[in-house]
Design a protein around this ligand. Structure first.
Ligand code: PXL
Length: 291
């Protein structure tokens, strides 16, 4: 029996606007991963939408504890634990315990230190949450900050973000905590019209800079899309640089497709119609091995 890799996915569920669970679950399923979602919060819509005074934000920290107890009783095992958007400082502390409870020798712990973008923290993130997030990231095998989050983790001002390969290598090494964890910084620009990621792989100490043509519009939720495709690739056995290139390409393809269709930016990228690009290889393999 060939078992699908199992991933615990610890993120929020946002009712409107593609981000977090509404992207990650379908993407990982398409890439052959069986997901166990643990909700950090339920929001009526992601935090970039207006009318925040009417928004529902349901913090699910206490419910997470019960989920955790039940999973332990069921002796659930995970090949990956992947966390993202978190609801409260207390929840971030709790998550460190969740990781230590379910981490086994070969479990990949991916912490996407979701805190902000474009130089600003998201509406629901306090300075204390950012400090706790840095501690949580210390538990990870792999972190995937954007440039805003990388600056917050390093305690650097946003205007200091690097735009050269050498500057990015310096930040990657600092973020790797002396080579102890792998790092992929997203949304990196070192050349006009080109966007991509900066990677440090702790396995062999190598750097990689996968990139693609930069589309003229940016969308919320693309960090979640990137990290999900990256994790799917890693769980399929791809090396970090190949998985990151696949993620860079897929985000660019989804952005180009969405711009062509002209749908509202805040609703995120239309990845649904392009899911075949993620399932293609598996389908080929299945066809190949069919009797
Ligand atoms: O994409 C990151 C993210 C996840 N979850 C929620 C968000 C955001 C970014 O705005 O608001 C609820």
């Amino acid at each position: 029996m060939n078992k699908a890799p199992h991933a615990a996915v610890i993120h929020d569920l946002s009712g409107f606007g593609r981000c977090s669970m509404t992207i990650i679950l379908p993407v990982l399923a398409a890439m052959g991963v069986q997901c166990a979602p643990m909700l950090t919060a339920y929001l009526s819509a992601h935090t970039a939408f207006p009318h925040r005074d009417q928004a529902l934000f349901l913090d699910l920290t206490d419910q997470m504890e019960q989920v955790c107890r039940h999973w332990q009783a069921l002796d659930v095992r995970f090949d990956a634990i992947y966390s993202g958007f978190l609801g409260s400082a207390r929840q971030i502390c709790r998550l460190r315990e969740v990781i230590s409870q379910f981490r086994r020798e070969d479990t990949l712990v991916l912490v996407d230190p979701v805190m902000g973008d474009h130089g600003r923290p998201y509406a629901t993130y306090t300075p204390e949450m950012c400090a706790r997030m840095a501690e949580l990231a210390g538990e990870a095998d792999l972190i995937t900050p954007n440039l805003t989050e990388a600056a917050l983790l390093l305690g650097e001002p946003y205007h200091a973000v690097p735009h050269t390969i050498q500057g990015l290598k310096d930040w990657l090494l600092r973020l790797s905590m002396d080579g102890c964890r792998s790092v992929v910084i997203t949304g990196v620009r070192v050349e006009e019209g080109v966007i991509g990621a900066a990677c440090f792989d702790r396995k062999d100490g190598s750097f990689a800079f996968p990139r693609a043509h930069e589309e003229p519009q940016q969308f919320p939720g693309t960090g979640d899309l990137f990290a999900a495709v990256l994790l799917g690739g890693l769980l399929q056995g791809k090396a970090l640089d190949h998985a990151a290139q696949k993620a860079v390409d897929f985000v660019q393809q989804c952005a180009a497709h969405t711009i062509a269709l002209g749908t509202p930016t805040l609703e995120g990228v239309q990845f649904e119609a392009l899911m075949g690009l993620l399932t293609h290889k598996m389908t080929e393999e299945m066809e190949f091995s069919a009797p």
